[in-house]
Design a protein around this ligand. Sequence first.
Ligand code: NAD
Length: 480
Amino acid sequence: MVKDFDFPVNAYIGGKWHKTAKTFSIKSPYSGEVVAEVADSGIAEAQAAADAAVEAFKSWKKLTAFERAKVLRKWNDLLIAHQEELGRLTALEMGKPITEAKGEVLYAASFVEWSAEEGLRVNGEIMQSRFPNKRQMAVYEPVGPVYAVTPWNFPTSMITRKAAPALAAGCTIILKPAEQTPLCALYMAKLWEEAGGPAGTLQVLPALDPVPVSKVLMEDMRIRKITFTGSTAVGKILYAQSAATMKRISLELGGNAPFLIFEDADIEKAVHFTMLSKYRNAGQTCVTTNRIYVHKSLESDYADALADAVSKLEVGDPLNASTNVGPLVEQQGLDKVVSHVEDAVSKGAKVRVGGKSLGGLIYAPTVLTGIQPGMRVLEEETFGPVAPIMPFEDEAQAIAWANSTDYGLAAYVWTRDLSRAFRVAEALEYGIVGVNDPVPSAMGSNLPFGGYKNSGLGREGGHWGIEEYLETKFISFQLP
Ligand code: NAD
């Protein structure tokens, strides 16, 4: 049943809530019910948003960083005050268990808090000059109006990870949220409006089909940056499209994270680690452990202990506070998980626990052993609650297997040997390495997040995150 929301489910353009000719349905992945009919933006809305972003940029960039920080701080406070509502919307529109979803809202707010502060530290530099009569300096300026495209799996934090540093730097931003999760985006825009965010600084274009909206904004020379989080396939399309107007680009793309468990590992801790890294958000995180390589001496004990822990996970309604694993976001995601497990089993893998759909879009948390090279669970991002375990002989083999992928977002290591910890962390070709740390990026608004190779370009978080929204201008003064 379509719910009554206390915010407009329209496009948010130039500070106005705009009704569109068409709408599209948002369904709860758990109950299958339609929960909202949301404005469906197209070419006209994208053009109007581009004009408004360009207009708003003129005055937003001229505010002092201190004035912009004031609005951001209010937005941060409002996001935290509405943690419960945003958590519920997340659970409703994409199925993340509510306890986890509320945690994500705090993570989302932390980018706003950090960016409000970091914006105040965007200072320039005065350089030494080779000429006695010259004074030479580098100043930073906002890159311009930004187009942001975000995924469904973190419907609040993927927005603030982009919008907060962009706005703090003095850019304006047009957001196209994932078609599965426009509700969180619109709610956050309402809070931006309440915080005093001027018209046109943050705009939201929900759309069922991303292509027409994207085409307008990607072809518009006035939009100076594209920032994208999502699949590698779409990231490459946007990368190619950005060349025509030479936009600055940031890409946070897919992963295929390995977890290496060495022979000196504490099995109980390694299992606890796996539970945190693998089954959060039903395995639908870009940094989720996708492949587990365990030293052959521990394989059997580790697999037994992991299967036991996984069998105790509570699976079901994401709106229930005790649920650990909810549904997958949509049928396509479930089909991929099913096909990965079927492929592994047909090639000799054993199902230790799970290995089946439980009705609707729920897939049972699963542990697989007997994994062999050539199985899809090793080579592709499964994006589901499936842990494939494969034994290795020695450190060199473990590192080689971990690096044998075109992706390079996150990798994990468990060892008690300090030399090995450094050796392996340095050998892994990944943007993020968790050594005995299953959640290295937890509350990491001050830390660099991003990947090597097909996992993307640029970093979000910390000073790296705000630099993505700044141009460097060199000014030279020649004295008479
Ligand atoms: P997706 O690429 O299908 O969709 C992401 C966004 O791109 C959505 O808003 C969608 O509407 C839009 N989109 C799709 N086709 C487009 C096109 N042709 N032009 C413009 N926009 C288009 O990805 P998804 O399935 O929603 O998200 C899951 C993927 O995101 C996984 O691969 C995951 O690893 C990755 N991800 C990466 C990070 C990171 O920080 N590296 C974080 C979260 C998710």
